[in-house]
Design a binder for this molecule. Structure first.
Ligand SMILES: Nc1ncnc2c1ncn2[C@@H]1O[C@H](COP(=O)(O)OP(=O)(O)OP(=O)(O)O)[C@@H](O)[C@H]1O
Ligand SMILES: [Mg+2]
Length: 250
């Protein structure tokens, strides 16, 4: 078992408030790992610390056996540590195919070619086609991103992130606001990604979490409450009490 990404005693405070408090956590290579916890638990803060958007008050982030605290976000992305934003909304007027060419060309250090006619970008169009086919978006290739259904836009966010060539993908509530049927499809697409992509998924919907995750980490009040297999977490009494809000009866 190898570790794709790791934190050691990671903490983030704003004044007296500890949004992340001594978080030590390992993401195994190839994992389908979910991070859950109530609102305000510190999950998004942890993703900010992992992606380099925020600096920790204390502790370290490690990738490939090296501390990457000093690396800015772009350098982490270049190493394959990628998070989704709602990047599809950056180019609402582009078609799905055109928007896919942007991260592909960037990855190939050919960003300046993004506006060439499609006929001059055969290799990149072919790569985009294969990616869109895999994510069931090829039939939408000529649709303007702004007019895509919301759930399809969220799948496109994932396609755009994948085009950057990630080894570790951090997904912060990718299915938020997506209707149930489509959100299941989206999470299944993520679960079925090639195993050389390690995935950390933040998600509130426990049905989706249990469909996706082999391991689950539970965060409460900035700390890790527990971690285990989906079966262990679903029966953990403190998790049921704290996260699922169930009263305990003796
Ligand atoms: N820049 C900031 N300054 C001060 N407090 C912050 C800042 N960013 C986040 N917080 C606080 O840190 C706590 C953790 O926030 P965070 O967004 O990480 O939680 P979360 O687990 O992602 O919650 P949700 O499930 O609602 O997305 C919250 O109480 C939030 O108000
Ligand atoms: Mg959050």
């Amino acid at each position: 078992m190898t570790i794709a990404l790791e934190t050691r005693g990671l903490s983030k405070s704003w004044g007296q408030f500890k949004a992340n408090d001594n978080v030590t956590f390992q993401l195994r290579t190839g994992a389908r790992h979910a991070l859950i916890g109530p609102n305000g638990a510190g999950k998004t803060t942890l993703v900010h610390l992992l992606s380099g958007l925020e600096m920790p008050t204390k502790g370290e982030v490690w990738m490939d056996g090296k501390c990457i605290n000093s690396l800015p976000p772009a350098a982490r992305t270049a190493r394959g540590l990628v998070r989704t934003f709602q990047i599809s909304s950056l180019f609402p007027e582009l078609t799905v195919l055109r928007s896919m060419l942007i991260p592909i060309l960037q990855r190939k250090k050919m960003g300046a070619n993004a506006w060439l006619p499609l006929g001059k970008l055969d290799a990149e169009v072919e790569e985009a086609k294969q990616a869109l086919l895999r994510l069931n978006l090829w039939q939408d290739r000529n649709t303007q991103v702004a007019t895509l259904a919301y759930g399809r836009q969220r799948v496109l966010d994932i396609a755009l992130a994948l085009a950057t060539g990630p080894r570790v993908l951090l997904l912060d509530e990718p299915a938020a606001g997506v209707p149930t049927e489509e959100s299941r499809e989206l999470i299944q697409i993520v679960a079925d990604l090639p195993r050389d992509v390690t995935v950390l998924l933040i998600e509130h919907d426990m049905d989706l979490v249990f469909r996706f995750a082999e391991r689950i980490t539970v965060m409460v009040d900035g700390r890790i409450l527990t971690e285990g297999t989906a079966a262990e977490i679903s029966t953990h009494p403190r998790v049921r009490e704290v996260y699922l809000g169930e009263e305990q009866h003796d």
